[in-house]
Design a protein around this ligand. Structure first.
Ligand SMILES: [Zn+2]
Length: 454
């Protein structure tokens, strides 16, 4: 697919440069754990030194550093940060068609771990910066390129470290980060692009069920911690928290759901849960997009019993649950939901949180939003950009928490492959990106700088 309004010779050049750079980045092993992100930070430092820019390699420990470089424009204006993480998740090489650290270019795709998550953006942003330098930095304000360590695990927390230890380096008015920009082709020919303006928080917790001891040859009618844990798992799995429309954009539901009656029920708190179940029967994929927007989610993922002998009742069993909470929710509100979910469970249990991070969001109507809309209207004329909250968690959260005035959005638009094609490549085998999509992300970033920092 052509990129509207861009000279094909330029597209070809950006494709070549971004795919060479992405291939080189993929070949640097930053599998997290352990990360070793300093290798990518050093590589990027060399790249930008070659362009005459001096950045900083910063962070702790020494092998897990981030890279930040500031590019001043020619006149005063706001500060825009372009951010992407250096680390990638592990890959089981024997299950891949191509070696995951090869960066091989084949049939119009760059293959390898990090091709969509998210070394693609490091390459796309770097080439956009190079072109801006070539043009004589003809923009206002400042551009900041941020390549942060440890997004995937959050053990040393590159973005958390940068925003708390070096706010002087990364404080900005606008932030563009990974996590949005996938599109869904709508029946009328339009393309629905998700612009992630906020993200849910995490309130992962443990439910510790205590039990009565004793010899297992005589079954316990009550007080078996393992059975209690099973009841807790089932109750959390089956629980449907009250639907909350606070973070459900009506425009999104209207675009995704064709049937007007079902749509109306999805937009009414009293009928929304039943309507979601109905939608799941008709269109499972669309239901998956909507369900996380309607409230807290409980996913039990780990279960342990303290028992070591098969003939002894354990004194406790522990269920660990991944819980995501909508923007605006606190731990207290989640506790109330957990208590409601477990109200009918006949077991002695207590609750322990593993470290809650509240969700946060930027306003949807800002100069950054208008610039994104304007650039997308030029480059992909049938695009419709809709602001949403992300079900997962990205490093944008740390920026909003540290700099209350920042407008942080997650948007890295694709042009060729739609969400059904790209979504299964994240954290999965055969991760790859179309060379045209990679170039599109770079051309988009360049145009966005020109539009926003005009
Ligand atoms: Zn990522």
């Amino acid at each position: 697919m052509d990129i509207a309004g861009i000279d094909p010779a330029l597209v070809a050049r950006v494709e070549r440069e971004t795919s060479e750079l992405l291939a080189a980045l993929i070949r640097i092993d930053t599998t997290n754990p352990p990360g070793n992100e300093t290798a990518v930070a050093t590589f990027l430092d060399d790249y930008f030194r070659g362009l005459g820019l001096r950045g900083e390699i910063v962070g702790e420990p020494a092998d897990r550093r981030s890279f930040v470089v500031t590019v001043p424009g020619t006149r005063p204006g706001p500060r825009l940060a372009l951010m992407a993480h250096e680390d990638v998740v592990p890959a089981a090489a024997d299950q891949w068609q191509e070696p995951p650290l090869s960066g091989i270019v084949k049939d119009g795709y760059v293959w390898g771990r990090g091709a969509v998550d998210v070394k693609n953006l490091l390459a796309a942003f770097a080439v956009a910066v190079r072109r801006l330098l070539e043009d004589g930095r003809d923009f206002a304000g400042e551009l900041v390129f941020v390549a942060e360590a440890d997004e995937e695990e959050g053990a040393v927390g590159g973005a958390r470290w940068l925003t708390t230890q070096r706010p002087d380096l990364v404080r900005c008015d606008y932030l563009l980060n990974e996590g949005g920009g996938e599109f869904l082709a709508l029946p009328g020919g339009e393309r629905l692009y998700d612009l992630m303006v906020g993200e849910k928080g995490t309130a992962q917790f443990r439910v510790i069920v205590s039990g009565d001891g004793g010899h297992a040859s005589v079954p316990l009618r009550r007080g078996n911690a393992v059975v209690g844990a099973a009841d807790v798992i089932r109750a959390l799995h089956d629980y449907e928290p009250k639907a909350s429309l606070e973070t459900v954009p009506a425009e999104y539901v209207e675009l995704l759901v064709g049937d007007p009656a079902l749509r109306a029920r999805l937009l009414d708190e009293r009928s929304a849960r039943a309507a979601l179940a109905e939608l799941d029967e008709i269109d499972h994929d669309v239901a998956d997009l909507l369900v996380p927007l309607y409230g807290a989610t409980f996913s039990p993922t780990i279960v342990h019993s303290s028992g070591e002998a098969v003939n002894v009742f354990p004194d406790s069993a522990v269920v660990t649950v991944d819980c995501r909470l909508p923007v605006g929710w606190t731990e207290e509100r989640v506790t109330a939901e957990i208590e409601a979910a477990l109200a009918g469970v006949d077991a002695r249990w207590r609750l322990e949180y593993l470290g809650t991070i509240e969700g946060n969001a930027s306003p949807p109507d800002t100069p950054l939003r208008r610039a994104i809309d304007a650039v997308m209207a030029r480059l992909a004329p049938n695009a419709r950009v809709v602001p949403l909250h992300c079900a997962g968690f990205t490093d944008s959260n740390w920026f909003r928490a540290a700099f209350p005035d920042v407008v942080a959005y997650n948007f890295a638009p694709f042009l060729v492959d739609d969400v059904q094609a790209t979504a299964p490549r994240f954290h999965n085998v055969d991760e790859r990106i179309a060379v045209r999509d990679l170039a599109f992300q770079s051309l988009f970033a360049y145009e966005l700088v020109k539009e926003l920092l005009a």
